[in-house]
Design a protein around this ligand. Structure first.
Ligand code: CS2
Ligand code: MG
Length: 405
């Protein structure tokens, strides 16, 4: 028996949106899949993997997951950063997949077994105005969801990221050779959002968990004001209130509001979470299993968070592929301080390219019982969808200044 890695190949496919997958094969023919999708920067991770990671994986022992993680993180000198961490994440996911397949166990069993029966999930509801949003929330509830992220349009603006005019799901990245440009007005948003969300709370009653994402666009004092104004709405969380870089500013937000804060979809290492967690500046860690170095590293972040009673709530938009979602669900089923999994959903064709054992029912997800991660990629179908340039939009203030994500 040989767990030696004999090939590592990168697959880029665009069934409705771009995905980067990594396929690792061992001498014995075991195949593991990882996700390396980094929205709008897909080819950078594909090249990083192809040119610098795949060649040095050949001949390594696929069973040595932790050592390979250390080798790719500590060993390369240039640490951190989303491109590096997404590449490491893809390798890590693929190696866990292989270990599961070789041992005949779903990955959650290898992580210590289930600590819960199923994984609570939330999805998105979007409506340009409050009645449209209320209809969208009702539709999501009818699908069984007990938690929903609610985003509305802002009076006076033509478009708002994450909100569609017809209530259809949004796609974060728009196809084309350059990012779309939107006009953003924080003051108008702050005037509108608390009232709109209060109306949604009245519409749904007290039980439905409501979440809201501010997409990093506020200053600390604006964030504090918003958190305070939203306290009567009883949010499950308010997400990404301020830009990522300066985490100290969250002390000010915390001093003014008890609205729970979720942060971290753009953070990729435990070190980027260190201050957020040890100072209790957040309530939920939003790391994606793919972007934060895979299952190995996400579990480590979760363990640090557990000490401060902070819970894990992994990122799960459409740009986190079904392979990564599987990884997230195995972690979710086996990790005590896991709270909720974002499940934005995918177009039908994505489910055909990535055939998965994980299932959704009644507001919950389950990773399934297939050995490994439980996702197979239909490579023939994937090849029919070549890469197409696509970018997240950028936003400018009314005077033309580029504003934060
Ligand atoms: C969002 C995402 O799901 C979320 O919480 O913030 O839509 C995010 O903006 C995109 O996935 C970025 O790629
Ligand atoms: Mg978000």
């Amino acid at each position: 028996m040989s767990d030696r890695i004999v090939s590592a190949e990168v697959l880029v496919t665009s069934p409705g949106r771009n995905f980067v997958a990594l396929k690792i094969t061992t001498a014995d023919g075991a195949v593991g899949w990882g996700d390396a999708t980094l929205n709008g920067r897909e080819l950078a991770v594909a090249a990083y993997l192809r040119d610098h990671v795949c060649p040095i994986l050949l001949g390594r022992d696929a069973a040595r997951i932790e050592d390979t993680w250390q080798y790719l993180y500590r060993g390369v000198y240039w640490r951190r950063g989303p491109v590096t961490m997404a590449a490491i994440g893809a390798v890590d996911l693929a190696l866990w997949d292989i270990k599961g397949k070789i041992t005949g166990q779903p990955v959650y069993q290898l992580l210590g077994g289930a600590v819960r029966d199923r994984v609570l999930s939330y999805t998105h509801a979007t409506g340009w105005d409050v009645p449209a949003l209320a209809d969208a929330v009702d539709a999501v509830r009818a699908r069984g969801f007990r938690a929903v992220r609610v985003q509305t349009g802002v009076p006076g603006l033509d478009s708002v990221y994450g909100v569609t005019k017809d209530g259809a799901p949004y796609e974060p990245a728009g196809r084309g050779n350059a990012p779309a440009e939107e006009v953003w007005d924080t003051e108008a948003y702050l005037r509108h959002a608390p009232g709109a969300l209060a109306e949604i709370r009245t519409h749904v009653g007290p039980d439905l968990a409501l979440l809201h994402d501010a997409h990093h666009r506020l200053t600390p004092i604006q964030a504090a004001r918003l958190g305070k104004a939203l306290e009567p709405v009883d949010l499950f969380w308010l997400e990404d209130v301020t830009p990522a870089e300066n985490q100290e500013v969250l002390r000010r937000v915390r001093a003014h509001t008890t609205t729970p804060l979720a942060i971290g979809e753009v953070f990729t290492t435990i070190w980027e979470y260190q201050q957020l967690i040890t100072e209790q500046l957040i309530d939920f860690v939003r790391a994606a299993v793919s972007h934060a170095g895979g299952i190995t590293h996400l579990r480590r972040i979760a363990a640090l968070a557990e000490v401060w009673q902070i819970r894990l709530a992994p990122h799960g938009p459409s740009d986190v592929s079904p392979v990564a979602l599987a990884g997230s669900l195995h972690v979710g089923l086996a990790t005590p301080n896991f709270a909720i999994q974002e499940y934005m959903g995918y177009p039908d064709v994505v489910h055909e390219v990535f055939r998965h054992d994980w299932t959704y029912a009644d507001g919950h997800l389950h990773p399934g019982e297939a050995p490994g991660l439980g996702v197979d990629v239909d490579e023939t179908l994937a090849a029919r969808f070549p890469y197409e340039p696509a970018y997240l939009p950028v936003a400018r203030r009314r005077d033309g200044t580029l504003t934060d994500w």
